[in-house]
Design a protein around this ligand. Structure first.
Ligand code: FMN
Ligand code: SF4
Ligand code: SF4
Length: 262
């Protein structure tokens, strides 16, 4: 039986859902899985004690989230097998390649890779709950369900085979970046517009949830800093649905993990 480290990052919860499924399934098969959520300043210790590492990430703006990249850059140089999985709305971009490149330089051996299409947690905000568009956005969770349920077995087979895989830079990325650049620039302009509305009970959950430690409560006010990577974790998971971006999200559906419905 093997001892795995499962390092993952997640905003609204898709990657966390898949990570949780992998952990439960591997543990049912008798393996040990230590899961760590990558936050700013997360430092991984005793990596040499694990037989294998599994890393999970979402795709944001065709890239891996900066927080996960920082944590991966902080890993020690050591030869260990790693399985990578990504969740995405549609386009992987160079997210996986970026992670692959950093790990290779550190001496890790990438022995498997999967990318899974799931509901796009950004586009979901452009719909209203229970409308056709909302159901359309959630559709990938049903269509690609088998990719998730088969993943633990795929991971175990890859660790057994222990054969290195190569990831290549995607040549389409400059074009997709060019097409989407206005939209990505717009998301940056929304960062200072995060706020908690009158539904906020000052429960403090968002302070704990933010992977960047970018939210604090002071003088009975929720305060958002500028160190935000737009993961939408706070917005989707606030128990009161009180977090808003400007006046754009008041009627937008929240994507709580119990609604992932995979
Ligand atoms: C700010 C932002 C940017 C995104 N950019 C992309 C992208 O470039 N390509 C893509 O396929 N999906 C993109 N998505 C969709 C997410 O990758 C997808 O919903 C993922 O499963 C979210 O995982 P999480 O809930 O663990 O954060 C984006 C989502 C957000 C919030
Ligand atoms: S999680 Fe929501 S209700 Fe709780 S403090 Fe943050 S904004 Fe307020
Ligand atoms: S403030 Fe919200 S959207 Fe920004 S990084 Fe923190 S949890 Fe994510």
């Amino acid at each position: 039986m093997a001892d795995f480290l499962l390092l993952y990052y997640s905003g609204a919860g898709n990657t966390q859902y898949v990570a949780g499924y992998i952990k439960r399934t591997l543990e049912e098969k008798g393996h040990t899985v230590t899961s760590i959520f990558a936050k700013r300043n997360t430092c991984i210790r005793n990596i040499e004690e694990y037989d294998g590492i599994i890393i999970g990430s979402p795709v944001y703006t065709y890239r891996a989230p900066p927080t996960l990249l920082e944590v991966i850059k902080g890993l020690p140089q050591i030869e260990k097998p790693i399985y990578l999985f990504f969740t995405k709305g549609l386009i992987l971009g160079n997210s996986a390649y970026e992670v692959f490149k950093i790990l290779k330089l550190k001496g890790y051996k990438i022995i498997g890779f999967s990318d899974i299409i799931m509901a796009d947690t950004l586009f979901l905000l452009t719909s209203y709950e229970n409308t056709l568009l909302y159901k359309f956005y959630l559709l990938p969770n049903k269509i690609f369900k088998r990719k998730i349920t088969k993943l633990p077995e795929k991971i175990l087979t890859a660790f057994d085979k222990n054969t290195e895989v190569q990831l290549r830079k995607k040549i389409y990325v400059p074009l997709t970046n060019f097409i989407a650049r206005k939209f990505w620039n717009q998301t940056k302009k929304w960062i200072p517009k995060f706020h908690a509305d009158e539904k906020c009970t000052l429960c403090g959950a968002c302070v704990e949830l933010c992977p960047r430690f970018n939210i604090k409560i002071e003088d009975n006010n929720v305060i958002f800093g500028n160190d935000c990577e737009f993961c939408l974790r706070c917005l989707h998971r606030c128990p009161e649905e009180a977090i808003q971006i400007d006046n754009l999200t008041q009627k937008a559906p929240r994507y709580k993990p119990n609604r992932i419905n995979v």
